[in-house]
Ligand binder design. Sequence first.
Ligand SMILES: [Zn+2]
Length: 66
Amino acid sequence: MKLYYIDIEKTVFGENEVHEEGCYRLPKKEKMKYIGNFASCHTAVKRARKQFEDAVGCYFCTGQCS
Ligand SMILES: [Zn+2]
């Protein structure tokens, strides 16, 4: 299980990136929101989309989910 966070600011592509705990691309605390503790990035991104419809996995920390 890993902790997942979402960047509340959209990227230039109009997406909100979901990161795993410890990712070097995690934004500052005030610019990210805790999504939850999940077994896979697929579940985390799915959950994140309930609040941020343009949520996508970060290429660097979630690889297969980006
Ligand atoms: Zn990341």
